[in-house]
Every structure is written in structure tokens, then in C-alpha cells.
Ligand binder design. Sequence first.
Ligand SMILES: Cc1cc2nc3c(=O)[nH]c(=O)nc-3n(C[C@H](O)[C@H](O)[C@H](O)COP(=O)(O)OP(=O)(O)OC[C@H]3O[C@@H](n4cnc5c(N)ncnc54)[C@H](O)[C@@H]3O)c2cc1C
Length: 385
Amino acid sequence: MTLDFSEEECMVRDVVQRIVETHIRPRAVELDEEESFPWPQIKVLADNGLMGILVPQKYGGQQGSHLLYAMVVEEIARACAATALVYFTNTHGQLPILLAGTDTQKVHYLPPMANGEWLGALAVTEPQNGSDAAHMQCRATRVSDGYVLNGEKIFITNGDKADVMVVFARTGEPGARGISAFIVERKNGVVTSRVERKMGVRGSSTAALRFEDVFVPTVQRLGEEHQGFSTLMRTFDTTRLSTAAQAVGIAQGAYDIALEYTLVRQQFGRRIFDFQGMQFRLSEMLADITAGRALLYQTARLVDTGKPFTMEAAMAKLWCSEMAGRVTNQAVQALGGYGYMREFGVERMMRDAKITQIYDGTSDIQKLVIARRVLDVVQGRRGAQ
Ligand SMILES: Cc1cc2nc3c(=O)[nH]c(=O)nc-3n(C[C@H](O)[C@H](O)[C@H](O)COP(=O)(O)OP(=O)(O)OC[C@H]3O[C@@H](n4cnc5c(N)ncnc54)[C@H](O)[C@@H]3O)c2cc1C
């Protein structure tokens, strides 16, 4: 596609591609099979100044564009979706601080999260409240100089590894108007109660966390009390770019393998690529990926130019994640029985693709976000008539 990339965006993408080929792709199978956390890969990304792309330079970040960020996530996911997840979850921990933090909070927390010294996480989901985050139950009770957190969060990426996490909890009335956001350091008493075993992205860590009278000083509350839900919704707008980029990367990775295989594999005395049916399959895969990438990059540019992007981010997340499901499935099919075996990696990509349809709001939830925006526009137009 013909988007104009800046010199910096092209340069950083080249650096990331080299890092991926040298340090990330060679370890992707091992991470999946051993369910080992990609600390060495994260260190390399940190050493190359990539852990704080969206963080302003004055807080130790790279101050890059959202398009650059999406390209970096995509390149990593093309080789290893689990490393991409661990990587972008660190950014997800930074986002609420960027959106609602005071200068003091930014000065204290963003530099170590942007240079890889501290790993970040975002804790929203609870046992009884996933999609319906507005009714979360984890409670932050006010005490004289802060809050005491009690409750449980589940499925938290980096949950057992992160040094610092942004936790959303109830401070007031039921529903969206009673939620606040807090910066919580894990060393202050957050207990890992369980580490999940998963279908895909197995090199990432997904943990349940227990908060039992965890004290959080008032200075670590993000934004006004009870205003956390709006910070969360704005955070999700950007996290959806990460997932969409991860989905595009996974799909591209699977396509690359399928193309290479079909150019070599012979059946009926010909390369299987030469069968028109196979060409149709590969062409549809490529068109699907290219459409997803166009939507993703266009949405990233909307963010970079300060335009509204809530609906576009939901559409990008919905389209790219469903597309990654279709494309990885077709990649396995293109390799036949070998596609089902572990050695070619496409079965891993098919497993990894599934999660992109679930986290950061399931595909159903993206459709609700889109429909709400559509209704806002229609009702706004009717109101103006
Ligand atoms: C590997 C992994 C990593 C994760 N990382 C994080 C993380 O870092 N931080 C975090 O906070 N959470 C994280 N999550 C949680 C994730 O965001 C939730 O699983 C997701 O939002 C769905 O919530 P749920 O699992 O409770 O499903 P539910 O909300 O119970 O949904 C179950 C089904 O019902 C459908 N559904 C629900 N409501 C509606 C509706 N209104 N209309 C139509 N259909 C509906 C859903 O689409 C889904 O199909 C992670 C999850 C996984 C699996």
C-alpha cells in the first residue's frame, strides 16, 4: 500500500526487522513449546530503545508515531506473536499513565517502563466481569492517605512478571461512574494466584492476581476519583491498534510460509503453486492481509493527526483479528498434512491468531462499539434536522 512513511519510520522498521530475524524468529518455536517467557528478546528490544515508542522523549521514550508503533508490533508478531504480546502489553501499561497521569507520575514511572528496566501490565478483567468491565468488583477503599485494594483480576498478561501495572477498581457507585485507575507496584503486595496454560501465545504469561489489603497512596491514583472508566475506554482505543497489528503480523507470517511451501512442494508432477485453486487461495490471503493492513495504518494515521478514531480502531481490531483467523487457517490448508505438524509453524500461528479475536474486547464487543458510534452519528444528524 502507498502510505508515505517518514524516514524515521522506515529506519526503525529496518532495525526491528533485523532484530526479529536475529533474536526473535529463531526462538519462537522454543517459546511456544516450552512456554518460556521472552526476557532475552524483550532485553534486545529495550537495548534498541523500542520499549517506549509512544512515550514522549522528555519521559525517556522514543516519541514515535502510532504508525511506527503498529509497524513494530506487526514485524515482531510476524515471527512470534507471544513476544509481540509481551512487548505491547508493556505499552498498554504506559497508556493510562500517558492519558491521565500527572507530570510527577509520568516522570517517575514512564522512564523505567520505556527503557525496559520495569515491565508494565494492564489489569482490568475479573472472574465475573470480562466484556462488562463497567461492573468490575475489585474495590479500592479510601483510607486517610490513600486506598486499600481488595479483589481479584484474571487473565492479566505479564501479570506475574510486571514490576508496575495499572489497575482499575471500584471506588464508588455501581457502574461506569464508580471506577478509578491506580498505578500499582507489584512489590507492594500483589499476589499471583495462578498462571494460566493456554492454546496460543504460549511464551507470554497470563496470570490471576489477588489483592488483599494492598495499600496504594493517593499520589498513585491516575486522574480524578471515579473517572477511571473514561481513561479505560480511551486506553482501549489504542490497545486495539496493538491487537490489530499483531493480527496482521501473524497473518503475514503464515502467508510467507504458505507461499514459500507452495513454490517448492510438488504434486501431480507440478509445483502446487501452479494449480489455479492454490493461486486463488494465496491471492485471497494476500488481499485479506493487505486490506487489514490498510485499515490498521489508516487508523494509526488518524491517531497521529489528532482525529477521532474510536470506531476505526474497533473496525481495525475486528477486521484484522477475523482476517488472521481466516488466513492462518488457509495457510495450514495450503501445507496439507505438513501444515498440521509443528515443524512449519503455521499451526502455531493458527493457535496464536485466535486470541486476537478475544482480548482487548472480543469481536462481538468491537461490533457493539461500531454500532454505538453509528447510532451517535445518526441521532446527531436527526437532532440537527
Ligand atoms: C491470553 C489472554 C490475555 C489477556 N490479557 C489481558 C490483560 O492483559 N488485561 C486484562 O485486563 N484482560 C486480559 N485478558 C482478558 C480479555 O480481555 C477477556 O477475556 C475478554 O475481554 C473477554 O472477557 P471474558 O473472557 O470474561 O468473556 P465474556 O465477557 O464472558 O464473554 C463470553 C462470550 O460472550 C460474548 N459477549 C459478552 N457480552 C456480549 C454482548 N454484549 N453482546 C454479544 N456478545 C457478548 C463475548 O463476545 C464472548 O463470545 C486476556 C485474556 C486472554 C485469554
